[in-house]
Design a protein. Structure first.
Length: 423
């Protein structure tokens, strides 16, 4: 089939590569000329394992092209961002412009699929309405379905193939048609349902994780007050066959978990109480870590230099969207009494030269492990100790071995274990 994918971001691009390497002709559309130009040369501008190989293979074999304008196709897949507005409601501007963009090329019998994470009702009422006003009866003249992605950044290509999928059609016919299409590369099960159920499913998956992380963060704060190591509590409690406590951290980032729960709250603010409290709890974590940094450097006179390791929203990715570490940096900068230096080879920090960790940490009063990127696992702590002015670390991810850090002469502080601060 000829497939036109609107939006070549973290989801649209890998999806385009998948269809293009599984027997279809794909045209990827993006408003960003840089993305389009890169793709035409078989290149990508984001970091995701194996994606560039897949894209380059598809471009070479002629099954993947890119443009800023759609063409006539059998299938249109909308993979555009759904940002969150300051009032915590979804901004559907891109879904709207993406849908309108395909209208001049849409024909009876085509398939329209929404993949973007959206508030419940978006496929049926919002996209469906635009199509209906353009003269296409959704489900009759064109198939219309919601088919959410559920892939984990860093493992996108594997998960696109292996994860189960849900397809929510505006009617059974639409759901079945879309299921048949995705079968070409999805090895997991494809379950069909109706559109709004599928939208709610997608949102609840991420909400489930957000609520669990909030519980872990609350546990971390409780344990700090009570002199208990939260990470030990988690480790031992998770030996129970029906318990799966998540991990605390400096906050929840990314464009999924930190955003999606609000799309449910937006529809039912009075009822979605646990969901919104979890969001507020997780959003409060950068501030909590900021306070710990303040406490840990309380004894330092004058400007305090803090070396922050990692700024992306999670390890081994380049994505900084909604990263809690950006917020933490903002809080430190606003205070005026801190000077921060960031080490992160994944993130595009606009620095001309990648910072060497031992250079970055020199003369600092605290080193904070904010993101557990793989390379931070292999640090020469003795060298760090020699470079620092006050030899102290704060590990927000339980990533380092306390003994190893301490045997190098550094003071080890762990988020979720308040012993050294509150004893
Ligand atoms: N985090 C914690 N503690 C944990 C787990 C995660 O603090 O125990 C933090 C991470 O540091 C990060 C954030 O949560 O800042 C989110 O990371 P993540 O790895 O949990 O999830 P995402 O946002 O990369 O991807 C999620 C996935 N959803 C679920 O696992 C239910 C993925 O499958 C979805 O496809 C993706 O959202 C999406 O696109 O919606």
């Amino acid at each position: 089939m000829d497939i036109c994918i609107i939006g070549l971001g973290y989801i649209g691009l890998p999806t385009a590569a998948m269809f293009a390497t599984h027997g279809h002709n794909v045209l990827g559309i993006d408003v960003n000329k840089k993305v389009v130009d890169a793709l035409c040369q078989g290149k990508i501008i984001i970091e995701e394992p194996h994606l560039e190989e897949a894209v380059s293979k598809a471009v070479k074999q002629g099954s993947l092209r890119a443009s800023t304008e759609p063409e006539n196709s059998d299938v249109f897949i909308i993979c555009v961002p759904t940002p969150i507005m300051p009032d915590k409601t979804a901004d559907l501007t891109y879904v709207e412009s993406g849908t309108r963009k395909i209208l001049p090329y849409l024909k009876k019998g085509n398939m329209v699929i929404l993949e973007s994470t959206s508030p419940p009702g978006t496929t049926r009422d919002f996209v469906g309405d635009i199509l209906a006003k353009a003269g296409f009866v959704p489900g009759e003249d064109v198939h219309l379905a919601y088919c959410p992605e559920r892939v984990l950044p860093g493992r996108i290509l594997t998960e696109l193939k292996e994860n189960n999928r849900i397809v929510g059609g505006v009617n059974e016919k639409s759901a079945q048609a879309v299921k048949e299409l995705y079968k070409c590369f999805v090895k997991g099960e494809i379950y069909t349902t109706e559109a709004t159920t599928a939208e709610m499913c997608k949102l609840m998956e991420n909400t489930y994780r957000d609520v669990n992380i909030a519980l872990a963060n609350e546990l971390a704060i409780l344990c700090e007050k009570m002199g208990v190591n939260a990470w030990d509590v988690i480790k031992f409690a998770n030996k129970h066959p029906r318990v799966n406590l998540h991990m605390p951290g400096p906050g929840v980032g990314g464009h999924c978990i930190a955003v999606d729960p609000w799309f449910i709250v937006e529809k039912q603010p009075k009822i979605a109480k646990i969901i919104s409290l979890a969001r507020v709890t997780n959003d409060g974590m950068p501030h909590y870590v900021f306070n710990r940094i303040k406490e840990l450097t309380n004894d330092i006179k004058g400007k305090k230099k803090i070396c922050i390791l990692g700024v992306t929203y999670k390890p081994n990715v380049d994505d900084m969207r909604e990263s809690p570490i950006i917020e933490l940096l903002g809080l430190l900068d606003d205070q005026g009494s801190f000077e921060t230096v960031v080490v992160d080879k994944h993130a595009n920090l606009g620095d001309s030269k990648e910072k060497d960790i031992y250079e970055a940490v020199s003369d600092s009063h605290l080193m904070v492990l904010a993101v557990n990127h793989e390379e931070f696992g292999d640090i020469d702590f003795a060298k760090i100790k020699r470079a620092m002015k006050a030899p102290r670390v704060l590990d927000t991810r339980n990533f380092w071995d306390k003994e190893k850090v301490e045997s190098a002469g550094l003071e080890y502080n762990l988020l979720g274990w308040g012993r050294s601060v509150y004893e």
